[in-house]
Design a protein. Structure first.
Length: 395
């Protein structure tokens, strides 16, 4: 799937920067164009892979390149005011070569959480291609203002995009891990999971053709209908076969060696096991998979370690677990890869404790804000700039 990726804010910019590196190293053909947008000049200068002419500094007249200080209302205002500058960078994207836009943002800060929904709305108004979002939820230990920002931004972002794929930092940060080390590892996890998902179907000349093709239309159809999505992932190391044909005919017939039938049985069992691990393990957004509206299964790895029987078994198992009749599946052959990976996209999930928690925070905060407004508009403005401890006690 060919994407135009736009990282909004610090977290979004870093993730897109990592995506560009991933794409280049694997020649995956996912990132057709990449743009970073921020109100903090230092964050843009810290990027390594996004071209400098595709880095957009917004809000210079308001915040002088120093960021918005976790004020996502100000982030939204700046995005509205400077949307033409962002559009200027987007104008250089060859949209006719793009399957979809992907807006990536952390939901806890100020620039991204406020601006990403504004940009998504703008893109949907102008272009016919789908506009998806990757929203990164802050950890619960990051402070009350970040939780409040996430609660507000999530509700807006999910409304403005065609589908919001969510990654919850709370489920991925390790105890005692440094903040920087934790975020670097989280960014790696995000890119690995979504990289395999979006990379499926992007076959170059001379590459192995998938036995059961997963192309951009399969991903688009799975994400159709809007709502919230989560992604599961599991992998297992394998020894790729050398000097051995592993093409489509070999996988359909079982090959011509006497032990290939045993290999096929082992391959099938490995695939079904990886499918279960991906669905029932750590999802990007932890939730109950039962009730998911749609799902997509992608098996990636050396062609000789993939087969149709295993993928079909895995697909049927997902149907049983989710109760959905819209479960698609296919393979993504990567000759010479040292592992087999199972990626499951679950779209339209509803039983998500973390989202319910955020919605409750938003409701309580809104009630408090209305009370404050009745007392004094100036008090509300002061509260927006209060420190985290005061906001935590208030909300």
């Amino acid at each position: 799937m060919k994407l135009a990726m736009i990282g909004f804010g610090q977290a979004g910019g870093k993730v897109v920067d990592k995506f560009v590196e991933y794409d280049r190293e694997r020649n995956a053909g996912i990132v057709r164009a990449a743009v970073a947008v921020n109100s903090a000049k230092a964050d843009l200068l810290g990027l390594k892979n996004i071209p400098k002419d595709q880095r957009v500094l917004i809000g210079q007249s308001r915040v002088k390149g120093h960021g918005v200080g976790a004020d996502n209302e100000l982030g939204a205002e700046i995005a509205e005011e400077d949307i033409d500058e962002v559009q200027g960078a987007i104008d250089s994207i060859p949209v006719h070569e793009v399957d979809a836009f992907l807006v990536v943002s952390g939901l806890g800060g100020g620039t991204g959480s406020g601006g990403a929904p504004v940009l998504a709305k703008h893109l949907k108004r102008i272009y016919t291609e789908p506009v998806y979002g990757i929203g990164i939820l802050p950890g619960s230990d990051e402070g009350g203002i970040y939780t409040l920002n996430a609660a507000r931004s999530f509700q807006t972002f999910v409304r403005e995009v065609d589908n919001l794929l969510v990654f919850d930092n709370d489920a991925w940060r390790k105890t005692g891990e440094s903040v920087q080390g934790g975020y670097d590892e989280i960014n790696e996890e995000i890119v690995n999971r979504f990289g395999v998902l979006f990379g499926a179907g992007e076959v170059k000349d001379g590459q192995e053709v998938a036995e059961s093709v997963v192309d951009s239309s399969e991903i688009i159809n799975t994400l159709a209908g809007g709502g919230v999505s989560t992604v599961g992932y599991a992998s297992e190391g394998v020894e790729p076969r050398k000097n051995k044909g592993g093409g489509l005919l070999s996988r359909l017939t079982g090959g011509d060696e006497p032990d290939d039938n045993l290999d096929t049985a082992h391959t099938t069992n490995r695939i079904t096991s990886l499918v279960r691990k991906a669905a029932l393990g750590r999802l990007t957004l932890p939730c109950e998979i039962e009730g998911a509206e749609r799902a997509l299964l992608v098996l990636a790895g050396p062609p000789e370690h993939l087969n149709r029987k295993g993928i079909e078994r895995g697909r049927k198992w997902i149907e049983e677990q989710t109760g959905s009749m819209e479960v698609r599946g296919g393979d993504y052959p990567i000759p010479g890869a040292g592992k087999v990976a199972s990626v499951i996209l679950l779209s339209g999930v509803t039983n998500v404790p973390r989202i319910k928690e955020l919605q409750q925070v938003a409701i309580e905060a809104q009630d408090n804000i209305e009370e404050i407004r009745q007392e004094s508009d100036s008090n509300l403005e002061n509260l927006i700039n209060d420190d985290e401890d005061e906001l935590e006690s208030l909300f």
